[in-house]
Design a protein around this ligand. Structure first.
Ligand code: SF4
Length: 320
């Protein structure tokens, strides 16, 4: 399938000369140093690589998830809580070989898994990096932590490399995606990607959870409730059910208005109220989800947003 460019190997590095890695398909010549809409060029930038304890319990467990935060992002969410790295480009440029080392170092730190956060625009590097890490002894699962805005072709090509798809399903209303993340086709694109994620997991034998409750293979679908948009949240849950059935879901209330949103004075300048959150959780129950994670306590907690201080990115910083 494809238009003027062969799509048989979307993740081949050669594809960077006309990048169509993500659904934006902006065609940037990253191989020549141009930046795509996502902000990435031909270099690999990482903002942080460290154990992270605030993912869902089957991901973080007791020892933490080996989280690698990549710089840049195909989405342009106005409320982004990681805006320093998503649009600010914060991070350190490293060679792809360093990514392999980082994965192995996180395993040495006893991470339950390797958690690739927003790797969409670096997906072309993953087959070699994960393959090499596996050859050098990486044995823990690979978690692909994504905004949901993925090409289903990329999901298919990553099927044998990724063990757990941790996917944030953001909007059911395309207009909301347009207004808040500057994409025109979010709901349909995310639905196709999620459907493919479920299919590739099923093809590998379905969900697998070990005796300690840690997910070894599977799909977890997240949704961040936004203040003033609970109706869309309910429609998101309906859509997830339609596409993925009774998949484990994680309904989050951790929305934290960034500086820009606080200044805007609109609905996104505040946290989600308890009533709003309860409304969405009740709907999830009504839909029929039986495996649901939710968040307790205050809605706004800075601990969910780690310091992007390049911890673990360079060899010397990660020792010990
Ligand atoms: S990954 Fe970046 S460069 Fe590639 S198509 Fe998407 S926005 Fe464009």
């Amino acid at each position: 399938m494809g238009r003027t460019h062969a799509m048989t190997n979307l993740l081949e590095t050669a594809s960077l000369s006309h990048c169509e890695l993500c659904p934006r398909r902006c065609g940037a010549n990253r191989a020549a140093g141009a930046r795509g809409v996502c902000g990435a060029d031909d270099s690999l930038k990482i903002a942080r690589a460290a154990l992270h304890y605030w993912e869902e319990p089957p991901i973080s467990g007791e020892r933490g998830s080996g989280t690698i935060f990549f710089s840049a992002c195909p989405l342009k969410c106005v409320y982004c809580q990681n805006h320093e790295i998503s649009t600010g480009g914060f991070g350190i440029e490293v060679a792809p070989g360093r990514l392999v080392e980082i994965m192995l170092e996180l395993q040495e730190q006893r991470a339950h898994n390797i958690n690739l956060v927003t790797a969409t625009h670096y997906a072309h590097l993953l087959p070699d990096a994960i393959g090499e890490a596996r050859r050098r002894g990486l044995s823990i699962p690979i978690v692909y932590n994504t905004s949901g805005y993925e090409r289903e072709e990329a999901v298919a090509e990553l099927a044998d490399l990724v063990d757990v798809w941790l996917v944030d399903y953001k909007y059911a209303d395309a207009d909301l995606g347009r207004a808040l993340s500057h994409v025109v086709d979010y709901p349909e694109t995310a639905a196709r990607a999620l459907s493919r994620m479920c299919a590739v997991v099923a093809a590998r034998g379905g969900e697998l959870v070990d005796a300690d409750g840690m997910m070894q293979r599977g799909v977890i679908v997240r949704h961040l409730v936004l203040p003033g948009h609970t109706d869309d949240s309910c429609r998101v849950l309906d859509r997830i059910w339609d596409v993925a059935g009774d998949v484990p879901i994680s309904v989050m209330n951790q929305y934290t208005p960034n500086e820009r949103m606080r200044a805007s004075g609109g609905e996104l300048s505040r946290a989600v109220t308890e009533d709003e959150y309860e409304f969405v959780l009740d709907h999830a129950d009504d839909v029929g989800f039986t495996q649901m994670f939710w968040q307790e306590g205050g809605a706004v907690d800075e601990s969910f947003t780690p310091a992007f201080d390049t911890t673990g990115v360079l060899r010397s910083a990660s020792a010990g």
